[in-house]
Design a protein around this ligand. Structure first.
Ligand SMILES: Nc1nc2c([nH]c(=O)n2[C@H]2C[C@H](O)[C@@H](COP(=O)(O)OP(=O)(O)OP(=O)(O)O)O2)c(=O)[nH]1
Length: 191
């Protein structure tokens, strides 16, 4: 999958996909149920009515700005990818993810930015997501994602990640359009 890429020389970055079920397992000990209003930082679960929800951010700046994405960012020198994803989620939405598990990895190449992106899934967190200078967080039902306002290739792999599957991918963009899209699911993410 990555034979053509000098992966050791590419910058590393992370993404976190937090899934909150309606079993009351996730969260910070606060009740999840609320008035159902979107965008209040609380998932709607645990009243039995809603299914799983996932936390996305409307990114205000940087790579992928103005789209809905998982929180994340570039790995800093001396940092592991796991440390990076925990730090980035804290910086971008003010919560601590407690159980990030690496479920995917992809090589991303474009006209102005190349990276190896490590994708994590988490179900446990502490705190309440809040808007920051970088991001506006919102919970979405996993079966009602804002696909039209997401990276085209995220639309292909994110449903697998939300389903608990693993994946590897390679995506080449030019002029913001995918030129090459390769995805393997059910494989160890490695790298
Ligand atoms: N959702 C999604 N995110 C991607 C793709 N490709 C890609 O590099 N990214 C993400 C991975 C990182 O989270 C992010 C890296 O850029 P960033 O600008 O957010 O980095 P940062 O938070 O460290 O920001 P900064 O301090 O450098 O401004 O871009 C992609 O195909 N889909």
């Amino acid at each position: 999958m990555f034979e053509e890429d000098p992966v050791d020389d590419l910058p590393a970055a992370t993404l976190c996909h937090l899934v909150d079920g309606d079993d009351g397992a996730a969260g910070d000990g606060q009740p999840d149920g609320d008035d159902g209003a979107a965008g209040d930082g609380q998932p709607d679960g645990d009243d039995g009515a809603a299914g799983d929800e996932t936390l996305l951010i409307h990114k205000k700046r940087g790579v992928g700005s103005d789209q809905w994405v998982g929180p994340g960012g570039k790995v800093e020198p001396g940092e592991t990818v796991r440390e990076c994803v925990v730090r980035e989620v804290r910086e971008e939405v003010g919560i601590d993810v407690l159980d990030p598990e690496k479920v995917g990895v992809f090589v991303y190449r474009s006209d102005d930015w190349d990276a190896v992106v490590h994708v994590f899934r988490a179900t446990e967190y502490a705190g309440t997501p809040e808007e920051t200078e970088e991001a506006d967080p919102r919970w979405f039902p996993v079966d009602d994602l804002p696909l039209d306002e997401m990276w085209q290739t995220d639309r292909e792999w994110l449903p697998h990640v939300l389903d608990g599957e693993t994946f590897r991918g390679r995506f080449v963009y030019s002029d913001a359009e995918p030129q090459e899209v390769r995805i393997e699911t059910g494989v160890a993410p490695s790298l």
